[in-house]
Every structure is written in structure tokens, then in C-alpha cells.
Design a protein around this ligand. Structure first.
Ligand code: BTN
Length: 253
């Protein structure tokens, strides 16, 4: 089933695929040959994927958005920044209260409302990125309690607002396109203050869990490649997303 949205973008999401059900919208884009900016949205995901090999749980139809967007002609060096750019777009689409936990979890209050999984695929010698974005929209607090998701929230649970998955996808794509264009023309430095302004990780003591070892350090800034610059005992080091998991001292945040 395909439904055409009214989308005010030039290329991002202009090729739009709406599926009733799919295993994972990311995997759907991985398997075919689609134009640059293709967006896939599904009402149901039966095998949604999260970061670090985790699963992304499914909500009742109409209560969450599952979206993946395809970007052609990426450089490998873009891949570390893309999650941050998508996180910024998702946060902007959710309003002024939305914050980002590095690299790209979007929070409302102290809970996660949106998760992002960026993957790459190499086709005909060129690198494409698949950015998968899941937003919790209309689940209730009871849903999260019953499904043992104590760190998750939804737009409805946080703010009382309801939003359809299609409206959420349109808002996101309309935020994502100008961010990507600005990144391509001016680089990440031109977006860094907007990202850092929403990033709750900076300035905090974080637990860095890497190769089954855990250290506590101060998160101080974002590196030009999207890494998290941390300091411990006067020594500065950079953590890359995917290499380590970052938690606050007292739990998720
Ligand atoms: C995370 O926080 O662990 C990332 C979650 C990413 C979930 C989205 S939903 C749409 C897309 N398809 C997937 O299988 N995963 C991403």
C-alpha cells in the first residue's frame, strides 16, 4: 500500500514508500536499488533493529513511527556524523523540549522518545547510508510499564500531544533535508552549536562501557568527526559511537 504525503522538501522523502508491514525498514532499503532520498515508512516492523545489536520493540499500529531514509554518495568520513545530524533533525521535529543523548538518542524529559540506527551499504562501488529512525508517538505510560521499558517515553506520554506516524515522518524529513544540505555545504562546525545546545551528555560525568571495561569520565565536547571528547585525570580521549556505550552515573541519562 502506498500513500502519497504532502512533503515540502526538494529531494528528501520525495520517493516515498509506505508499507503495512516489514521486518525492518532499514533492511528493506538495504535490499533494493532506490533513488537518493528514498523514505520508507512502515505501520508495523516485525524485526526492528536497534543499535549495538539490540532489537527495537514494536508498538501497536499507529502508536510509533518507523522510518528509514536512503542517502547516496556518502563518504566514509560522513558516517560518524550522520547519526548526530539525524538526531538533531529528530529533536527539532519534536520541539524545543527535545534533547539529545550523544550520539543520537532523543529525549523528552529524562526518557528516550526516539532511537536512530545509521547503517551503510556499498553498491556499485559507492557508499550509501541508511538512516533508520524510530519515534514513540502515542503510547501511554502504562504501555511502557507493561513492556518493561522504564527509560522510554512517547510524545503523548510527555506532552499530551498525539501525532500520526505520517505527520511525524513528514516533520522529520522537512528538518533533515536542510540539515544535510547545510552539512554538505558548510560542514558540521556550522551545526555544532545547535547540536551541542540540545546535547545533555556534555558537561556530565559519564560511564563509558567499552570492551567489557567501564570507566568514568567527564564528557566535554564533540569532536569534528562526531566522537565524544572525554577527560579523565587530565587526559583527553575521544569515544566513537558504536565503539562504546555511554551512560550517566545514575542510570540511562
Ligand atoms: C536504537 O536506539 O537502538 C536505534 C533504534 C532504531 C529504530 C529504527 S525504527 C526504523 C528503523 N528500522 C529498524 O529496524 N531500526 C530503525
Amino acid at each position: 500500500m502506498e500513500k502519497e504525503p504532502v512533503l515540502h522538501t526538494k529531494w528528501c522523502g520525495k520517493h516515498w514508500i509506505h508499507l503495512d508491514e516489514v521486518t525492518s525498514t532499514n533492511d528493506y532499503l538495504k535490499q533494493g536499488d532506490f533513488p537518493d532520498g528514498t523514505a520508507v515508512i512502515a505501520d508495523r516492523q516485525t524485526a526492528g533493529k536497534g543499535r549495538q545489536g539490540k532489537t527495537w520493540s514494536e508498538a501497536p499500529v499507529g502508536q510509533a513511527m518507523y522510518l528509514s531514509v536512503l542517502f547516496h554518495s556518502m563518504k566514509i568520513s560522513d558516517m560518524g556524523l550522520l547519526p548526530l545530524l539525524c538526531g538533531l533533525a529528530a529533536a527539532r521535529s519534536l520541539g524545543a523540549a527535545a534533547r539529545i543523548k550523544w550520539p543520537n538518542d532523543v529525549l523528552l524529559g529524562e526518557k528516550k522518545v526516539c532511537g536512530i540506527l545509521c547503517e551503510s551499504k556499498i553498491q556499485k562501488g559507492s557508499v550509501s547510508a541508511i538512516c533508520g529512525i524510530g519515534i514513540n508517538l502515542n503510547q501511554t505510560e502504562v504501555f511502557f510499564a507493561q513492556n518493561n521499558l522504564p527509560h522510554a517515553t512517547s510524545l503523548l506520554a510527555f506532552s499530551g500531544q498525539r501525532r500520526t506516524a505520517q505527520a511525524a515522518a513528514i516533520q522529520l524529513l522537512e528538518e533533515l533535508e536542510p540539515i544535510l544540505e547545510q552539512y554538505r555545504q558548510e560542514g558540521f562546525s556550522s551545526l555544532a552549536s545547535s547540536y551541542c545546545g540540545r546535547c545533555v551528555t556534555l558537561g556530565r560525568q559519564v560511564r563509558v562501557i567499552r570492551a567489557q571495561q567501564e570507566i568514568t569520565a567527564q564528557a566535554i565536547s564533540i569532536a569534528p568527526d562526531g566522537g565524544l571528547v572525554c577527560r579523565k585525570a587530565g587526559e583527553t580521549f575521544v569515544i566513537r559511537a558504536g565503539e562504546a556505550s555511554v551512560r550517566g552515573l545514575y542510570g540511562y541519562l
